[in-house]
Design a protein around this ligand. Structure first.
Ligand code: FES
Length: 80
């Protein structure tokens, strides 16, 4: 049976790096390793997504989350 995982895209372009995407990636890794999220998500690093001024950028479920932090990320993941 196929395993379906949801994708989480995090921009690692230069402006988002300046705005702390590395910290966001680290937090995202921790969150998706957590028991109730285990195996449900795939984290993808992307190049610039053209929202540079509002970084760090996270895209989940066709939704762009600007100035993303751990709190916002958990909120969108819990929405489903
Ligand atoms: S560097 Fe992240 S959107 Fe441009």
């Amino acid at each position: 049976m196929a395993v379906y995982r949801k994708f989480i895209f995090v921009c690692t372009g230069s402006d988002c790096k300046k705005n702390g995407c590395k910290g966001l990636l680290k937090e995202a890794k921790e969150v998706i390793k957590h028991d109730d999220h285990k195996g449900k998500y795939k984290l993808i690093k992307t190049k610039c997504m053209d929202f540079c001024k509002s970084g760090p950028i996270l895209v989940y479920n066709n939704e762009v989350i600007k100035r993303c932090d751990k709190g916002k990320m958990k909120e969108v993941l819990n929405k489903g």
